[in-house]
Design a protein around this ligand. Sequence first.
Ligand code: GH3
Ligand code: MG
Ligand code: MG
Length: 435
Amino acid sequence: MRALIVAPAGESTRVASQRLHDVGCTEVVVAATSDEAMATARARRQDLDLVLLDLELADSDALVVCRRLASLLGGVPIVACSTRATDDAMKLAYEAGAHDFVAKPFADHTLDLRARAALRIREERVKRDQREGRLADWANQLERAKRQLESAVVIDPLTGVGNRRHFDTLLAAEWRRAARVGATVSLVLFDIDNFHAFNEHYGHIGGDACLARVATTLAHGLRRASDVIARYGGEEFVAVLADTDAHGACVVAERLRAHVEAMQIPHAGSEPTKLLTLSAGVATKSATVDSPARLVAAADAALYRAKHDGRNRCRADGLDANRVEIVRMPWPRCPVVVLDPVLVQRVPSFLEETHAELATLRDADHAGLRTALSRIERAGSALGFEDLVGLVTEVEGSSGRGDRDAVLAAVDKLAWYVTHVQVVYRKTLAVAAAD
Ligand code: GH3
Ligand code: MG
Ligand code: MG
């Protein structure tokens, strides 16, 4: 234990120093002036356990020094001492941050007992801080492990793109969003051609490396932030294309097919190109009248046709993909927010709850509005919807001014945002391209 005595040099200070030694302080530093005291406290703030402060410092106001020491040293107890042990003096010392007060001259054992009690408190505080530090470390480690686990649940480890489970959740979420806004969802199923023969010829390790390369090419070939690629299973991949019609989906499918062919990965067992290629099946359904299962089945049937027609080509449900003209489609100007895939379970319910809550807010009073808005802002910011802050502020500002029309317009704007926002669950790809 280490102590700092702030007191003018003299007999009383020498006695105090001896008593602090006697109660277990292995080191006692004496500072005779306030500057010296602050300098020592700053230099030794990590290893001081007790301060004895004489309130009759000659060079400055001891209560000011007491306050500064208390704020600098945090949990280190300060025992004030003075020859003027009046109620007022004690009250002022406690208010300035002192932990205890001892009258001077020190009566037999008084200082020893008080110093011992203060050191015990200090010891308890140090132990408590260490316990809390350990708990905080555990909590951080747990949080990290939880994130890794959540990520492992949705990311395919071989290819780095989303896995089948992620695809299922994502399609359900996108379907619900598309149903809200009356949009279509397109799906492209890709299947590598003759991959069984590839494995037989180049071995499974070569096959695995090839799958990772194809996944990277497919993921990088997507241009809209809202398009997502996932591993559907084995050597099959799937792209979910939001707000994309059948023509647009065929254009994307054909572009990705061509990208994979352009990689020129040798495939001895694949006729006639002798290159690794893939086939694609495209389907588009309206979210208001169809179902995700029927969308997948239609894409699967189209993929079967692509294989049947000779592989290395795209076929679309109800369309001849080879005759599709490339037309410029206006991209609906929905806000896009890119979020971590681990949030895929939480975000849709947040958006739906907020959508429902906003519908009830048109008749709410100022207080009701504030409560609901602060919940929306807090929950939205925690998930990563940064635009919500500005939109909520706009409603609050209008409400504060008592401008009813502006409040309704701002609530409508907020409702439009949560209805239309396009959430993309994507991690930055870190898949190394293997040779
Ligand atoms: P098709 O052109 O008709 O699609 O022929 P295919 O041989 O690709 O089709 P099939 O579905 O019969 O075979 C898929 C093969 O993909 C089976 C297996 O050898 C291979 N495969 C599936 N998953 C993996 C994987 O994770 N790693 C490797 N290396 N190969 C895989
Ligand atoms: Mg297959
Ligand atoms: Mg195949």
